[in-house]
Design a protein around this ligand. Structure first.
Ligand SMILES: [Zn+2]
Length: 143
């Protein structure tokens, strides 16, 4: 009988660890925050639909644009190659509305933009509304 209670106790402690697990610590890649990023903007849902037949339903729920990083550098001009080729989700706020809603970004577009990167969350917070699109290079490199 005590064996069962001991197992139940151990199981309860084990499960409580998950219930009170601390969220990941927020770390920004750059100490002073803002980074210059260059990369491709595209809809991850459309991409997954093409690649893996994901049930994306962009026509109902809208597109979910992401940035696939080509290069990133901080305010001191230091390159952060650890971000190269990573996919960053874009924080939805007033500054990102143009990037998320403008139909000209429906095709994979090479862009330059500025923002804070929360690496633990793979999240990009735009710090400026301005996004530089490079349509000629996009057309050449789009698969
Ligand atoms: Zn889409």
């Amino acid at each position: 009988m005590t064996g069962k209670w001991l197992i139940a106790g151990i199981l309860a402690v084990f499960l409580l660890q998950f219930a009170f697990a601390a969220p990941p610590t927020v770390k920004k890649t750059s100490e002073n925050g803002e980074m210059s990023l260059k990369g491709y903007i595209y809809c991850i849902k459309c991409q997954l639909k093409k690649q893996a037949r994901a049930d994306s339903e962009c026509q109902i729920f809208g597109h979910q644009r992401v940035l696939q990083v080509i290069s990133a550098s901080d305010a001191n001009g230091k390159a952060h190659s650890e971000l190269n080729n990573t996919i960053l989700h874009i924080l939805i706020n007033e500054k990102s509305q143009m990037l998320l809603k403008d139909p000209s970004f429906e095709k994979k577009t090479l862009c330059g933009l500025r923002g804070k990167v929360y690496t633990e969350y793979r999240l990009l917070e735009l710090t400026r509304k301005e996004v530089t699109a490079f349509p000629a290079e996009s057309a050449a490199k789009t698969k």
